[in-house]
Design a protein around this ligand. Structure first.
Ligand code: FCB
Length: 448
């Protein structure tokens, strides 16, 4: 069976600045540099100082993407590389780097999708309160303006933020990401300021002229109740409120979900008049990062009274359940409830314990993961979801946040001692699908 994707479908891979660039001498310090030096926070004390050394090897990496038939690349811009102190002085070197990267991509016929914030807040701004401070929203806009004016004649696809949920909650409620706080009220306020900065940045990027497509990327989960009971349905609804609606509703419906506002009570964010209208600025695209689902049961002891279950099944090296059907369900639901103009899967992929043997990585599990999720994405398109593209996470094995270099998500293997890149079987698979703009479902099954 041959499944064709719509003509003009975008095929890419994604990365993020802190996770791949290295080149630390040419940028300011960021909150992840600090977090890496907080004992016990990052596995093996790993840092982003060298990472994939992409800062010095970007030309080779672009050539590699071209060989893999990718027609798009989602990368992020490092705020501290553009403005080392977070505001004020602009680094010409930093801007030049992204300028050269964008030119190299365009020469290779690869469409750049630039994410403006993928978690590397300049440390000097954290000292002023970071995203907990309302002032950050304006500082973000100032930074976005500098980047937009330099790259906006060639970059037309912009993503303001990557995963505000993770910024707010992993960083400020669970303490697992930088800056490492554990305070619900603070986390909710951070989330609000991130959304506010998004809403303020949208018109700035749109004003660049041309055909600017502007949006935001959310990590979303289809949520399923563990049983038909009323209590489990309630738990699933609340989990959905926390994971999905908390960000989707303000972006698309000019309000935070009422049930969650009353649940959070006095810890709910302070919202100034006009904020909700700013946040709901019309966007051209919604980026969705999909990795897994949430199966939820009612439990009095769990936060939100919603406990996530781990049913028998297949799991990745992150301990995330492989659940391709969830991607179809999610895309169809987001389309039904929020009707975005266009959706992109801006991340999808899996970590496995890969082995490089005689210059090859036979990552059958990852190849299967990609194939199953592409098939699920195709099913959502059949059901009317306006899905315009797919980005695999990630182009390269890289710094996986709190797990350091101990989790490999790349479709390309990286030897962190030699910086040697080796496309895994999954990369060769994606290259074939991208070239054909279609997948042969039977061929994939045979390959495995
Ligand atoms: C997402 C992040 C990305 C990567 C993947 C595995 O939450 O956006 O940087 O770490 O998870």
């Amino acid at each position: 069976m041959n499944l064709s994707f719509p003509s003009g479908f975008v095929w890419g891979a994604a990365t993020a600045s802190f996770q791949i660039e290295g080149g630390v001498a040419d940028r300011g310090r960021c909150i992840w540099d600090d977090f890496c030096r907080w004992p016990g926070k990052v596995l093996n004390g790993d840092t982003g100082d060298v990472a994939d050394d992409h800062y010095h090897r970007y030309r080779d990496d672009v050539a590699l993407m071209q060989r893999l038939n990718l027609n798009a690349y989602r990368f992020s811009i490092s705020w501290p590389r553009i403005m080392p102190a977070g505001s004020g002085a602009v680094s010409a070197r930093g801007l030049d780097f992204y300028d050269r990267l964008v030119d190299a991509l365009l020469e290779a016929n690869i469409r750049p999708f630039a994410t403006l914030y993928h978690w590397d807040l300049p440390s000097d701004l954290q000292r002023l309160g970071g995203w907990a401070s309302r002032d950050m929203a304006q500082r973000f806009v100032d930074y976005v303006d500098v980047v937009g004016r330099r790259l906006g004649d060639r970059v037309t696809d912009w993503i303001t933020h990557n995963e505000p949920w993770v910024v707010a909650f992993l960083g400020n409620l669970m303490g697992m990401h930088a800056p490492g706080w554990q305070d619900l009220g603070l986390a909710l306020q951070v989330g609000h300021h991130v959304l506010l900065s998004h809403g303020l940045a949208v018109p700035v990027l749109r004003a660049l002229g041309g055909n600017q497509q502007v949006g935001i990327t959310l990590n979303l989960y289809p949520v399923y109740p563990a049983s038909g009971s009323e209590q489990d349905a309630l738990a699933a609804r609340r989990y959905d409120g926390f994971a999905n609606r908390w960000f989707l509703d303000p972006l698309f419906c000019t309000q935070y979900p009422e049930d969650m506002m009353s649940h959070f009570g006095w810890q709910a964010p302070r919202i100034a008049p006009g904020d909700l209208e700013t946040i709901a600025a019309p966007i051209d695209l919604l980026g969705i990062n999909y990795y897994s689902r949430a199966l939820v049961a009612y439990s009095e002891d769990a936060p939100l009274c919603a406990e996530q279950l781990h049913p028998a099944g297949e799991y990745t090296a992150m301990g995330w359940e492989v659940y391709p059907q969830g991607l179809t369900d999610l895309l169809v639901r987001v389309n039904a409830d929020y009707a975005p103009h266009a959706m992109y899967i801006t991340e999808n992929g899996a970590a496995y314990e890969d082995r490089l043997v005689a210059g090859r990585v036979h990552d059958a599990a990852r190849t299967r993961y990609l194939a199953q999720h592409l098939q699920a994405a195709h099913a959502a398109i059949q059901q009317g979801a306006p899905l315009a593209g797919y980005f695999a996470w990630s182009l390269l094995d890289n710094f996986e946040w709190a797990f350091g270099y101990a989790r490999r998500f790349g479709i390309v293997h990286v030897d962190f001692d030699t910086q040697q890149r080796t496309p895994k079987d999954s990369a060769l698979y994606l290259a074939r699908v991208a070239a054909a703009n279609a997948m042969d479902v039977n061929a994939t099954q045979e390959e495995q």
